[in-house]
Design a protein around this ligand. Structure first.
Ligand code: PMP
Length: 282
């Protein structure tokens, strides 16, 4: 039976529960991280822990553990579950309060660590590529709720994803209020045009993905020019290649967007080269 870490104790999956008065549940008041372990090594551990602590700081949650303690608890959870390749979900909730939304009344944040397997899409989608549509729901305005905060409040993304389901596709592209491309519901996006790789800058209002940073590093190391610049839907439609990346989805090509075939409709050469290098790295 899978063991879940909650505030220093391990519980069987069926007993791993938190209070209905936790503001993580009542208001989506909390933050999280999704991390992978490949071959016994936690991939980009420092980067994920730093982002978790920044998300917590941005919403005024005082972490009840140090970074080192969180890493140790994560390693212990992986060990208790005998996992070598895993998806790790770190959750920090505001904690137990009353039915009002005042976070001051929540005394102690809760730290939850779930380690399990994850497969976002079937294997054939990874081979053939994904079809996407643009969602009408804009990404949260960054001055209202910054997408840089990986918060428990994912309704913005879920509403967009539901539009994808209505259109019969598995993933959507979200635009910001200026109409520029931001990201997908849970992944960052890249385009390739004439051999140059481009992705929206953090100032477009995106989550600054750790896989995104990794891809930019890999591409630059292999001599590919990388630009962080605003991207329009036109840029997507006329791109040679488009692909998505994230911890859970890893790398996946987009071969059709809003009914337009991208490039030659197959995962392209730059994508395949970067995927190969990413695989070597992990
Ligand atoms: N954007 C959003 C909205 C996300 O939720 C995620 C993570 N699933 C990403 C991008 C990708 O970030 P990372 O590579 O750090 O997992």
């Amino acid at each position: 039976m899978l063991k879940i870490y909650i505030d220093g104790e391990f519980y069987d999956k069926k007993d791993a529960k938190i209070s209905v008065f936790d503001h993580g549940l009542l208001y989506g008041d909390g933050v999280f991280e999704g991390i992978r372990m490949y071959n016994g090594r936690i991939f980009k551990c420092r980067e994920h822990i730093d982002r978790l602590f920044e998300s917590a700081r941005a919403i005024g949650i005082r972490m009840p553990m140090s970074k080192e303690e969180v890493i140790a608890a994560m390693e212990e959870t992986l060990k208790v579950n005998n996992l070598n390749d895993a998806y790790i979900r770190l959750v920090v909730t505001r904690g137990i309060g009353d039915l009002g939304l005042d976070p001051k009344l929540c005394e102690k944040p809760s730290v939850i660590i779930i380690t399990d397997k994850i497969a976002l899409y079937p294997a054939e989608i990874y081979e053939r590529g994904l079809e996407l549509v643009t969602a009408a729901t804009p990404r949260n305005h960054q001055e209202a709720l910054s997408p840089r905060i990986k918060s428990l409040n994912y309704l913005n993304n879920i509403m967009a994803k539901m539009e994808g389901h209505q259109a019969g596709v598995r993933e959507v592209i979200m635009l910001n209020l200026d109409g520029y491309v931001c990201e997908c519901s849970a992944d960052n996006i890249f385009i390739v045009k004439n051999g140059v790789l481009a992705t929206p800058p953090p100032s477009a209002g995106i989550l600054k993905g750790i896989t995104r940073d990794t891809i930019m590093d890999i591409a630059r190391e292999s001599g590919t020019e990388v630009r962080e610049e605003n991207i329009t839907r036109f840029d997507l439609y006329v791109a040679d290649e488009v692909f998505l990346c994230g911890t859970a989805a890893e790398l996946i090509a987009a071969v059709k967007i809003d009914g337009r075939v991208i490039g030659d409709g197959k995962p392209g050469p730059v994508f395949r080269k970067l995927l190969g290098k990413f695989r070597e790295l992990v």
